[in-house]
Design a protein around this ligand. Structure first.
Ligand code: ADP
Length: 201
């Protein structure tokens, strides 16, 4: 088996800022950002897979695990082939995947999780307000409907949050996601820099 990808995970409710942080950190050398939702949104909605995505996401539900992991793997393999993701020097930043324990198990042999950043935003109203703003800005249909938003938040609570137990306290860093994005970024960078220094020592 080839070497597992050195990985940082972003875990947090929809609207907690995973994407913002992933894109920002991912723009630096030695990081490669992959947002699972973006992989799905790049699908042609006229294809069967595109239709499967649309039917689940429009209801605020997760796409079935096997399909998700297969698509994600293809996207990562393509990034490696194209030289966009260089696993020998880059760290993989994953946002939106794994989204439940089953996915984490399916990914265990591919990724070596070095740290989980839990972007914590207990104030659900704040999250809902952020999502509604994003709906207008990014043309996201699944963010425009309050009922769908509530269902996605529920899916996060019931399916994704158990990942915190799966990875365990020693791998998790809790970050206050109610702070402005620059402060969230500072907290993440503090940790990354500290771990880089420790491994260089
Ligand atoms: P958010 O984090 O705001 O929920 P995403 O862009 O990550 O948004 O995901 C949008 C939709 O894509 C999800 O509601 C779900 O239907 C689907 N999706 C994304 N990632 C996964 C995943 N890992 N497993 C299953 N479905 C996913």
């Amino acid at each position: 088996m080839s070497k597992r990808y050195s990985t940082y995970l972003f875990l947090g409710a929809p609207g907690s800022g995973k994407g913002t942080q992933g894109v920002t950190l991912g723009s630096l050398p030695t990081f490669f950002h992959c947002a699972c939702g973006d992989v799905f949104r790049r699908l042609d909605v006229r294809t069967p897979l595109g239709q499967t995505f649309l039917s689940h996401s429009s209801r605020g539900e997760l796409v079935p695990d096997e399909i998700t992991i297969q698509l994600w793997r293809e996207s990562i393999d393509a990034a490696v082939s194209a030289g966009r993701f260089k696993p020998d020097i880059d760290r993989l930043l994953l946002d939106g995947i794994p989204r439940n324990v089953r996915q984490a198990q399916l990914m265990d042999e591919i990724i070596d999780v070095k740290r989980v950043f839990h972007l914590s935003c207990p104030d659900r109203e704040k999250v809902v307000a952020r999502l509604k703003k994003r709906a207008l800005k990014d043309n996201r249909l699944d963010d425009a409907n309050e009922e769908v938003i509530r269902r996605r938040l529920l899916a996060y609570e019931t399916e994704s949050k158990p990942l915190l137990d799966h990875y365990g306290d020693s791998l998790i860093t809790h970050i206050d996601a109610t702070q402005p994005p620059v402060k969230v970024l500072r907290d993440i960078l503090d940790l990354v820099v500290r771990e880089d220094s420790a491994s260089a020592a």
